[in-house]
Design a protein around this ligand. Structure first.
Ligand code: ZN
Length: 269
């Protein structure tokens, strides 16, 4: 088995940071080549630190990382984009932090997924530029995230009978990963109804490419319905990960050293 190189370099986006001891921080990066990485930025809380400006949440840069005994160590960093436009606008910033936190929660360390890296990067750029509905961008992010994690919602046919969904009376069932038609819908349990209008938006989000989602302009109540369905789908997908052993292990590993100094984006999940 070939040993990994002692030092490696990768483009990455900072998802969050938390304090470690008096002067250091643990930086969680989502990298292009190695998926999510936790790495120590030494001395980064000192005024003289040259690294400090490069490890702020949402920073996009190129990171030189050395394998450490427990955690890897960031040895050098070069910023490519600071996304200053996001930082100057709380509406945009809160959404960007939400996207970063969602990606953090949804992924395990060292599981390479270039498409996820790309999705976050493109979404941050789009969040800087767009003049339209910031929330539709998040819905697109959530829908894409679900697909890339293997939880693509079934939205075209009924998950039970396979018939094409048309007309009213459909509902979303997270446990089944999709929409159930009016005929198959179990009546004894309370389910989340999905209106025809919301289903059209959800289907369009699934087919859209980034930037296309700006063409979607649902009425506020429909947008709310779409948000609830996606939030439910995301919650269900993440909940499974929470139960997985690797996730619990990583939480236990972090507990002795971490203080809560991460991003303050309210997730509400
Ligand atoms: Zn059916």
């Amino acid at each position: 088995v070939p040993q990994p190189p002692r030092v490696y370099k990768t483009p990455a986006i900072v998802l969050r940071q938390r304090r470690l001891g008096d002067a250091d921080k643990i930086i969680t990066l989502y990298s292009a080549e190695h998926g999510k990485i936790d790495a120590i930025a030494k001395g980064v809380r000192r005024m003289t630190s040259r690294l400090a400006g490069h490890v702020e949440p949402l920073n996009h840069g190129s990171y030189m990382i050395a394998h450490g005994r427990n955690l890897d160590i960031i040895t050098q960093a070069q910023t490519v984009e600071t996304f200053q436009l996001l930082r100057d606008d709380l509406d945009r910033l809160s959404r960007a932090l939400y996207a970063a936190e969602l990606l953090d929660r949804a992924t395990e360390e060292r599981s390479e997924n270039f498409a996820l890296y790309r999705l976050l990067l493109d979404s941050l750029r789009q969040l800087c530029e767009t003049r339209d509905d910031l929330d539709m961008l998040l819905r697109f992010f959530e829908m894409s995230l679900l697909g890339l994690l293997g939880y693509r919602p079934h939205l075209d046919e009924c998950v039970t009978c396979g018939r094409e969904l048309s007309g009213p009376g459909n509902c979303w069932v997270a446990e089944l990963g999709g929409v159930v038609c009016a005929t198959c819908r179990p009546l004894e349990v309370a389910l989340r109804m999905v209106s025809v209008e919301a289903l059209v938006i959800l289907q369009a989000l699934q087919r859209a490419r980034l930037a296309d989602e700006q063409l979607l302009k649902p009425a506020p109540d429909v947008a709310m319905e779409v948000e609830r369905v996606l939030r439910d789908a995301v919650h269900y997908a993440l909940d499974r990960d929470v139960r997985s052993a690797t996730f619990l292990d990583s939480v236990r590993r972090q507990r002795p050293t971490s203080e809560s100094a991460g991003s303050a984006a309210p997730l509400g999940l």
